[in-house]
Design a binder for this molecule. Structure first.
Ligand SMILES: NC(=O)c1ccc[n+]([C@@H]2O[C@H](COP(=O)([O-])OP(=O)(O)OC[C@H]3O[C@@H](n4cnc5c(N)ncnc54)[C@H](O)[C@@H]3O)[C@@H](O)[C@H]2O)c1
Length: 253
């Protein structure tokens, strides 16, 4: 813990407990660093435990209903409070419905929709009891408008976007602000492994992709993390039930 001199501003998230799912991934690691820089105690949740940062790490499979539902209770037991929950974990299944088997359907729904649903359902009463909090869900531009050949991903991100808007409305009266970010392409393992699986060099493919973005480049994880931090912060105190596209002006058309 950093000591602060009299009169010096305390970091914005000083001593706040921030729970981040998918913390070992590209955006998750950037989120952990960004919140810790602002004084937060980060609880990282991921099945890839060894890669995650954060003060406390909970390893487990978020597609296990009991694990997901119990995370908020474990955080309260260990850290006493939850100020911010970021539902960031996600998986991408590629292909149209005709290339999507039942296991892909189950896994996509379990990680992208059911886990955030269960985490929120458990966390909201605990946050409400403590006077409020903020939840930020990482959806996708493809959850607002469909992209080609990713039917399960688009469907599940659309469900998460809708859930975000519903919860934002339903829990505002408890002083809980629920918002979402909808990135377009971000330079993370999720994107890069997709290129590798298709036999492409990720760096070359990203250089090509950069040309399709009006701002001149796809997003880096920090570009997304900064918006999540803003939505979780008091600067966004009057934003609730909102979905913010973070896309460098590249809209899905
Ligand atoms: N990268 C992009 O282009 C992009 C674009 C739009 C939205 N997103 C969204 O951003 C979020 C973060 O993605 P990323 O690009 O950092 O991906 P990533 O693959 O780098 O990270 C995802 C993390 O989630 C974890 N995870 C997945 N399933 C899990 C499970 N069952 N239990 C526990 N942990 C699990 C993984 O271990 C991984 O660490 C995702 O929700 C993704 O859909 C990404």
């Amino acid at each position: 813990m950093v000591a602060h001199k009299r009169g010096e501003m305390m970091p914005e998230f000083s001593d706040k407990v921030v729970v981040i799912t998918g913390a070992a991934g590209g955006i998750g690691l950037a989120l952990t660093k960004a919140f810790e820089k602002l004084g937060a105690i980060v609880v990282s949740i991921d099945r890839e435990g060894t890669k995650a940062g954060g003060a406390v790490q909970l390893y487990g499979d978020l597609s296990d209903p009991d694990f997901a539902a119990n995370v908020p209770h474990k955080v309260i037991e260990h850290n006493g409070r939850i100020d911010v929950l970021v539902n960031n974990a996600g998986i991408i299944h590629r292909g149209p419905v005709t290339d999507s088997d039942d296991e892909a359907l189950r896994a996509s729904l379990a990680v992208n929709v059911e886990a955030p649903f269960r985490l929120c359902r458990s966390a909201i009463p605990l946050m409400a009891e403590a006077g409020g909090g903020a939840i930020v869900n990482v959806a996708s531009c493809w959850g607002r408008r469909p992209g080609p050949n990713h039917a399960l991903y688009c469907m599940t991100k659309a469900a998460l976007a809708s859930l975000t808007e519903c919860m934002g409305m339903d829990h505002a009266h408890q002083n809980i602000r629920v918002n979402g970010v909808c990135p377009n392409e971000v330079n993370t393992p999720m994107l890069r492994t997709g290129f590798e699986m298709r036999g492409m060099n990720p760096d070359t493919a990203i250089a090509e992709l950069n040309k399709t973005v009006p701002l001149g480049r796809i997003a880096e994880p920090d570009d997304i993390a900064d918006v999540v931090v803003f939505l979780a912060s008091d600067k966004a105190r009057y934003i609730c039930g909102e979905l913010i596209e973070v896309n460098g002006a590249k809209v899905v058309s």
